[in-house]
Design a protein around this ligand. Structure first.
Ligand code: TYC
Length: 102
């Protein structure tokens, strides 16, 4: 990780950086209409949580308004968001799920 500047001949250090793919948080938003058990079901079905984990996280969203339900690669996060939004729409619930870069 040493290099020598072509103009000045001065040796400088560059830190070797490890390449990591950007990660994305998947967020679940509270609303007044989606049934609690429906949200619990989504967290079990699409995020691999146990019933107890899903119930606990659903309550966090219910009380705080939003929570991170998982952190994934861009492709996986997009798939999760699409699965949740599609499932909610098919059941006519207004549940919102979004993603943001970590
Ligand atoms: N607030 C909803 C209710 O009281 C439950 C709920 C929880 C909705 C989490 C959305 O992401 C959510 N029925």
């Amino acid at each position: 990780d040493d290099r020598t500047d072509g103009e000045t001949g001065v040796a400088t250090k560059t830190r070797p950086r490890t390449q990591r793919p950007p990660l994305y948080k998947v967020l679940l938003l509270n609303d007044d209409y989606t049934p609690m058990e429906f949200v619990v079901h989504i967290l079990e079905r699409f995020f691999g949580m146990t019933h107890a984990q899903a119930f606990e996280l659903m309550l966090v969203v219910h009380k705080r308004g939003v929570a991170v339900v998982g952190v994934f690669s861009h492709e996986v996060a997009e798939t999760k968001v699409a699965q949740v939004m599609d499932f909610a729409r098919r059941h006519q619930h207004p549940l919102q799920c979004t993603m943001e870069k970590e």
